[in-house]
Design a protein around this ligand. Sequence first.
Ligand code: DHB
Length: 311
Amino acid sequence: MTTIDLSTQIAGIHLDSYLMNASGPKCTTWDELLVIGKSASAAIVTKSCTLEFREGNPEPRYSDLPLGSIQSMGLPNLGYKAYLEMVPELKALGKPVVVSISGFSIEENSEMVTAFQNSDVDLIEVNFSCPNIPGKAQVAYDFEQTESALAALTKLGNKPIGIKLAPYFDMSHFIAIANIIKKFPVKFITCVNSIGNTLIIDPETEQPIIKPKGGFGGLCGDYIKPIGLANVRAFRELLDDSVQIIGVGGIKNGTDAFEYLLAGADAVQIATCFEKEGAVCFARIENELKAFMAKKGYNKLSDAKGKLKPL
Ligand code: DHB
């Protein structure tokens, strides 16, 4: 059988494969990050961190759904200093380390970006799209704030910075965000985060199925795959090829991963499927993607990347 090469790069950082975990499930504690390190995930991505340790929102704050999940975790994490201290041991696991940061202001994000700029992490993903903090708007839906945050955060060092974007639903918003990104040395974008503030109701109990924010939470999984694909596609067409795109949203098998490749993703992240299936999902999806590409006669990502055919 021909060997299929799934190696790729994000901001010049080599990845042995196209698949990694998403900042989200099972990447908060050292033990969880170790499991990712030992899996086929091409990188170790941490849970979004804040200045201080956070317990997160009251439970129940996550629920499986037939076609995905809904969550309102509320940024439970160890506080950024704990991840900073873990960097040498995470790096020793032999793959790139991506830290996700999610401060509550430009000042907080500046403090964390500066700290990680002075560490050995490979990539810094700044999360502009957490929907689950009561009273806090998503930065990614506030274009002025997105611009001022990028102006401040992209001048704090030479390590590549990327941003995790919210899903957009209007062409004017794709264009507005792409034009802001073009003003700064943003090296990659990760899209999409969950669709924020959705509501699942249990008709038997007559209650929402998660507790925080009256039941409003981020929708994930199969439900959001068409939205993730559209966001990757739109930004691939609007941004220069020097900005890599990491696709996220509803990838649970090899053909999902291939669809994101056609849309133009340089790599993809797995969240809900990893939550439900565990770390074996990375090798399984990798093998499925390789088998699908082999069947098509493709042997490397560039054979199909961005090559969605017009109808
Ligand atoms: C959380 C959810 C998100 O979608 C995100 O980007 C960051 C944090 C959370 O609730 O913990």
